[in-house]
Structures are given as C-alpha cells and as structure tokens.
Write a protein of this length. Sequence first.
Length: 545
Amino acid sequence: MNIFKIIFFVLTVIVSGCSPKEAEVSHVKIIPQPLKLEENEGHYLLSGKTKIISKVNTIGEAKYLSLLFRNAFGKELDILPNGDNGIILNLNPDLKPKLSDEGYLFKSSSKNIEIEAATKAGIFYGIQTLRQLLPPDFESAVNPVKEIGIKAVTIMDKPRFVWRAFMLDEARHFKGKEVVKKLLDQMALHKMNIFHWHLVDDQGWRIEIKKYPKLTEIGSKRKNSMINGWKSNEFSGKPHEGFYTQNDIREIVNYAATRHINIVPEIEMPGHSAAAIASYPYLGTKGEKIDVPVTFGEKYDIYDVTKPEVITFLEDVLLEVMDMFPYKVIHIGGDEVDYKIWKNSEWVRKYMQKNNINSPAELQIFFTNNISNFIKEHGRRMMGWNEILGGVKLHEYQDAADIKSDKKLAAGSIVHFWKGDISLINKAVSEGYDIVNSLHSSTYLDYDYKSISLKKAYSFDPVPEKLDTAYSKKVLGLGCQMWGEWIPTVEDMEVMVFPRFSAYAETGWSSNRVKDFKSFKDRLQTMKKRWDNLGIKYAKEELSN
C-alpha cells in the first residue's frame, strides 16, 4: 500500500467514526426513558448498505426512516418487502393488550434491528428510539462510507399517558410554518403526540376562514405591540402581522400526521375575541368599533352570544376549522371571560331573564353546551380551559355572584385544567369529565426559569397526589404551553422551550418508577448536541447546574 492509499484509508476511518477493526458503538441515552431497557453484548453494524424490511402496512414509516438516513449517507436506504437482515418493521396487533396503541418492542443484535408494535404509531416511536441510539450528528453529517455500531439492546416501551401535548401561541406573535415544522420534528423525536395550536386571540387571528375574509384582512394585523412585561407602558413601535392560509394549514396537518402527531386547534370563544370583533364589529357585545389590540392582558370586548348572527358566525368558522383539522378534538378556549361586559349590556340582561339564566357563568355554560352539541354533531369532541365548568372564582376581576351556576357542562367535554386547586380537578373527574392537566405554575413555558426550573418541570405529575385513585384514569395527560405575549422572536421562544420541553416529554411518556432527574440531566447532554447541530437555542445554564 503506497503512502497516498494509507492517508486515504486513515482519513476515511476518521470521517466515518470507525476504527480499522470495529465501528464505533453508539451509547444508550434515550429521552423519554423507556419502561424496560436491557443492554446486551455486541452491536448491529449500520451503514448505507443496510436494508429496511417493511410490509405495505408500515411503508409510510419505512419511507420516513429511509429519508432520515439520506441525510447521513447521501442516499435513501433500500426498502424491501422481505428479509431477516436489516431494520425490520413488523406490525403485530396481538401486542396491543401489552403495549397499548403507542408502545413498541425494540431489539438490536449483530444480525438485525427489529421494531415490533401493535400499531403504526408504535413502529414510529420505535424508530425514534433508533434515532436516539445514533450519534447526535449522524443524520446531518453526510458521508456515504460511514458506519456505526448500534448497541445490542432489548427494549419494551409504552407511554404512561395518551395525551402528551405541546402548545404554541401564535395569536400574539406569528412564527410561520417552517418554525412549526421544526417544533413538530422535536415533538416526534420526543414521542409527543398532540400539537395544541393557539391560533386565535385578542391580538391576532392567524387562520384563513374563506367565508369571513376580514378575519385575516383586518384581524391578522396590529399596529404595535406591548413590550417589557404586563405593567409596562412601552411598545415596540412596529406593526405585526401574519396568518396561515388553508393550504398552509393542510400542509402542516399532513406533516404532523406523518410524524403521528395530532393537531388540536384552539378557536377562542366567547372571550379573547377582540381580533374577530375588530374585523366584524357586529360580533361584539359593546356595539363599538375597535382596532386589533396592541396591549396584552386587557379585556376589550367579547362575543355577544345572545345574538343568532354571532352563533352563525362561530358555527361557520368551526365548520371550516373542522374541514382543515381531522383530529377528533376541537379546543374552544373559554377562559378569562370578562362578565362585566355582558352585565353592562341591556340586551344581554333581557336575554338572560327571558331564558331563566341566573348569572354570566350560566350564560357561558349555556353557550358552551350549544357549541359542544354542534361540534359533537359533526363527529368531534369539545375541549376548553377549566372556566367552562363554572361555579368557581378564579380571577380577581370576577364578582362571586357572577360565577355561581347550577348548570352542568355538556357530557363528553374535555376540561383543560390550568388554574385553581385540586378541588377543581376532583370536581371535574367525579362528574365524569376527562381532564388534561396544564397547571400554569408548573407547565407554562413563558414563565422564567426562576419560576419553573428544569427540575420543577421534570417533577410535575399530571395526576395530583391527593386525587382519588379511582379517578386517575380520567387524567388523559399533560400539556406544556408556550404563550406568546413576550416571545417576539424564534430565539426567544426556543430558549424558553428548551430544555424544559424534554422534561415534559419524559413526564408524559415515562413511568414514574423509571424517572430519575440525575439520569435525565445526563441524557440531556446528548440531546443538547442535537440541538446544537440543528441551531436550536436553549437555556444553557439549566443544563450546567
């Protein structure tokens, strides 16, 4: 061998991460932590020659996996219908009692890698585990001749909760579809399955509704933006605008579906509706023309839900929303309604008296139940923040008499808990409602790290300690919320989201008996390298403490 061949050989070894005798063997650092994991002797050698073995029923997942490796090898891996040497994807419905809808079995040996599950979602999550067994830069560092040893492991894994959500508020600051796709990719890697998309609020309407074009012509634009906190009198001095076309929405819904993520749109009603009222003033209770608000927190106007034309508007909007979003759940918000606006309306007062409605809270429940029935008639299920239950004073601006109610929320509604104490959760589940726990003091990503540290985020349990164990199954899971008032830039958002995002992902997926904060912090060091490669910003001090 001449000197040039020796140099070429050594360079190839360095680039590929292999020694002349044996490929580099990956480490086992997975987030979320699997339910059962056993490390074995040996490894599987993965290279550009590896085949993916998939039947037609998992071809979508096989193509997803093949495309991931195109970034590593400069080409897609071949997909074959049969074989026993390669990455084998196998659907086995008999595993459902053991693994549920999203669990999987993963086994790597010197011969092959086998991913087996009862559903395609389980196969997909097994693929995410395979990704995390690879070096952090494997998918992005193109080298056709590289190879890596996948550590021989046996994993049995399934999620603790069926609802593992991340929420992005774009009503306050619009981010755009490429940012959303990047977040969906992180959700997939972390085995999160619900993208809660807050598209409508006082300060912006971000979704095209063809029957009501002014919602985006007017409602998606504001002249200024409040900055520097809730008590500030300072403003950015810059206009802000943006919205998603229906084609954009469908593109993102399909992108999410490929990653086994369901999207739950939130269309706020009856409060947080100023952008819609600015677009169509007849929707409001005050009967005044308003601009899209430039401040955050202040209550401007709310829908007059006693008017038939307002109900028609909301039903029309929901019909177009349901046409764009195929998932079974539609979120209607329902939080922070300023009842004084209804109380000051003579028309609303007369309507309440005529219909034997004794308080504004009862009017909200009456309205909400009608919306719930409309959504149910179209094969969907309504979800809303826990104010939709009524009967409990949660805000200082509320009068105790205004929130009294003997009316019951429509059966089948999902109560999204965010504010209050354990008694509210007990009330909801004992009355038969499913809940998602997003307690603001533990899950709001706009709160700084002094308020919610990484450790506090990790320690959050969606099932409260004092909840009657008979009702624990009524807790569907958790959501973590990135509210957008104070995150005008993508970098601002990412630093608030990461690394707490990973903590909530592990909380949603992993059993309490395998959770360990010290282990989690160690595994995060590998995830951090992934974020570095992707240019994702994160709170570095939270990883170094």
